[in-house]
Design a protein around this ligand. Structure first.
Ligand SMILES: NC(=O)c1ccc[n+]([C@@H]2O[C@H](COP(=O)([O-])OP(=O)(O)OC[C@H]3O[C@@H](n4cnc5c(N)ncnc54)[C@H](O)[C@@H]3O)[C@@H](O)[C@H]2O)c1
Length: 254
């Protein structure tokens, strides 16, 4: 038996055009879900839609900018028109791999605003857009992707760390507000995870130093995260809400 109550669910994954979000999309497709790739980058979003359809999955790319309320509203409208329901939202989209590290006193206001608009406000806007559908269904699961940097106090991208800390806080308050409607909200905090996408947020020395401190001393990969996200979307986690699950090979223990 697989995870309970996941097959045939309609799952929206924001930012699923590459990296870890793309891995979530593949896993939900394997579980027999209909997968919506709510991504800002059109070519990459379409490419993931193609990949999933080629393996026989129901997949739909919907061009979405989570930082825009109207874009989130239209995305939900399209999902409802196509699938008639919406069961799971994975708030994965973020400005992450394009960040350059710098001390907080060198971050410009423009950069601060751009990052918090996607990583923080975008989580609220996407959740707000799916809420009426989940409320009507009296059923839904929202999974917010935060980051283990919240607990590490990792320096040199304060806007990113602050946005992810807010996502953890928001998860808790949101879970209380939507619990009465049968909707659960949880967060996952990945450690440094190595995908097909290069980024400047970790040097080779920092990578090795972090791995050395993990209980399981190997690099984290997207496959390490897909199971917990699928579990939180399934009925096997029906009594878990407002929680933050850390997945980092035991680097930090909070
Ligand atoms: N990779 C890691 O080490 C790591 C660690 C902890 C947390 N995370 C978090 O996991 C998630 C995925 O990480 P990743 O490594 O795949 O990141 P990534 O930067 O490779 O991918 C992010 C995706 O989000 C999309 N996106 C950006 N802005 C958007 C917007 N406004 N609307 C819609 N889509 C948008 C991008 O186009 C991209 O496809 C992010 O929330 C990230 O912060 C990653």
């Amino acid at each position: 038996m697989g995870l309970r109550g996941l097959k045939d669910k309609v799952v929206v994954i924001t930012g699923a055009g590459q990296g870890i979000g793309r891995a979530y999309a593949h896993r939900f497709a394997e579980e027999g879900c209909a997968v919506v790739i709510a991504e800002r980058a059109v070519e990459r979003g379409r490419a993931v839609e193609d990949e999933l359809r080629k393996v026989g999955a129901r997949a739909e790319f919907v061009e979405t900018d989570v930082a825009q309320a109207e874009s989130c509203r239209r995305m939900v409208e399209q999902v409802e028109a196509r699938f008639g329901r919406l069961d799971v939202l994975v708030n994965n989209a973020a400005i992450f791999s394009t960040i350059t590290m710098k001390p907080f006193w060198e971050i410009s206001e423009e950069e601060w605003d751009a990052i918090t608009a996607v990583n923080l406000k975008g989580v609220w806007l996407a959740s707000r857009a799916v809420f009426p559908v989940m409320q009507r269904q009296r059923h839904g699961a929202i999974i917010n992707i935060a980051s283990a940097v919240v607990f590490m106090g990792r320096p040199y991208y304060l806007h990113y760390v602050a946005s992810k800390g807010a996502v953890v806080a928001m998860t808790r308050a949101m879970a209380r507000e939507v619990g009465p409607y049968g909707i659960r909200v949880n967060a996952v905090t990945p450690g440094a995870t190595y995908t097909e996408v290069p980024r400047a947020t970790v040097t080779e020395e920092q990578k090795q130093a972090m791995i050395a401190q993990q209980c399981i001393a190997r690099p984290e990969v997207p496959d390490d995260l897909v199971g917990v996200v699928a579990f939180l979307a399934s009925e096997d986690s029906a009594f878990i809400t407002g929680q933050t699950i850390n997945v980092d090979g035991g680097l930090i223990m909070h």
